[in-house]
Design a binder for this molecule. Structure first.
Ligand SMILES: CC(C)(COP(=O)(O)OP(=O)(O)OC[C@H]1O[C@@H](n2cnc3c(N)ncnc32)[C@H](O)[C@@H]1OP(=O)(O)O)[C@@H](O)C(=O)NCCC(=O)NCCS
Length: 301
């Protein structure tokens, strides 16, 4: 087995690996060379010096994408390393070892002090709208990848519930005003992270005061894979003084109404396991648990 730099000439092989490894997961879009180019390789965070492809007898077996995560002021910070994707066959654990070891070593050489394993903290350099929604984090069902992180000194850093369900509106508070606006993606990091997508925000107000908001995005590539029009929720917030008054539930139902009007039939969202308030809100809106996801972290010594 050889570990090669994942440079542009190797993209078709990485795409094959990605599709083969994610074939069981309906919540992962089918990748094409063009999609890999636009959502991964063309971004300033993509680094063939820290990303590797494992090849044996001319056949690509797996790949790992090492890059810098988002630091202060929305700028890539080499001290925050990220392995934002590790794909290899379950029956070939040594392929994962070799890929991870090489990626960690090169990220360390670039100054990484903390390395995240497919977690949200580096703030989604790649894969938004491709891998389990708008906030890609390693699927725990892809057991051997997060086990490989564990085997290399990474620890659980976050565990998230993923919820999915129909955009089926129920009643919402009509004493509030609702407004949709585009998400402000004014920093280069946010522009790249959201590339190819049009994130929006639905805000609820009363007497001109913002009470809460929900961020959402149409996800064309995942829609194509599942054969239904899908949107992802990437943020939800209600003013601390206004909680438990049905504002988040109203936002969800107003959002569903809006999405239904645009032809969207399915909505996906993730939240950390500790966030009971968010979980109850999503369940009350009719979404159901479909996947568990685990991001990992390792302090570099
Ligand atoms: C999560 C959040 C948006 C909920 O907003 P909210 O307006 O208080 O929610 P609602 O009043 O519409 O409540 C929706 C459901 O969740 C339940 N719920 C809300 N907060 C809860 C809490 N702290 N504990 C248990 N249940 C809670 C409500 O009881 C309600 O269910 P019910 O009608 O069966 O009783 C709000 O707590 C928040 O902004 N939290 C901080 C930001 C955050 O965590 N966002 C989610 C990121 S994924």
């Amino acid at each position: 087995m050889e570990i090669l730099a994942l440079d542009r000439s190797r993209i078709p092989e990485a795409v094959q690996v990605f599709n083969r490894e994610n074939a069981p997961f309906e919540l992962v879009a089918k990748l094409t060379v063009d999609l890999f180019e636009s959502q991964v390789a063309s971004k300033s965070t993509f680094d063939p010096g820290t990303s590797f492809l494992a090849v044996e007898d001319g056949r690509a077996l797996g790949f790992a994408l090492g890059c810098a995560g988002q630091g202060e002021n929305h700028v890539a910070d080499p001290a925050i390393g990220a392995v934002d994707g590790l794909f290899f066959p379950a029956e070939r654990l040594r392929v994962g070892d070799a890929l991870l070891e090489r990626t960690i070593e090169t990220l360390k050489a670039r100054g990484a002090r903390t390395i995240y394993g497919f977690a949200s903290q580096p703030h989604y350099p790649f894969w938004r709208g491709i891998y389990f929604g708008a906030e890609p984090v390693c699927a725990t069902a892809y057991t051997h990848a997060w086990a490989a992180f564990m085997a290399h000194g990474f620890e659980h850093h976050q565990q998230s519930f993923t919820f999915l369900g129909p955009a089926e509106p129920k009643d919402y508070r009509t004493d509030l005003d609702y407004e949709v606006s585009p998400l402000d993606v004014s920093t280069p990091w946010l522009r790249e992270s959201w590339k190819g997508l049009s994130p929006r925000v639905l805000t609820s107000r009363k007497d001109g005061e913002d009470l809460g908001r929900v961020g959402f995005v149409f996800m064309p590539w995942m829609s194509e894979r599942r054969g239904v029009a899908m949107a992802g929720i990437y943020t939800m917030w209600v003013d601390g003084k206004r909680r438990r008054q049905g504002i988040a539930s109203s936002l969800m139902n107003r959002l569903f109404e809006l999405l239904k009007g645009e032809g969207v039939t399915e909505v996906l969202v993730g939240t950390t396991v500790q966030n009971t308030a968010a979980r109850r809100t999503y369940e009350k809106a009719g979404l159901r648990f479909v996947a568990f996801r685990t991001g990992t972290r390792c302090e570099v010594t």
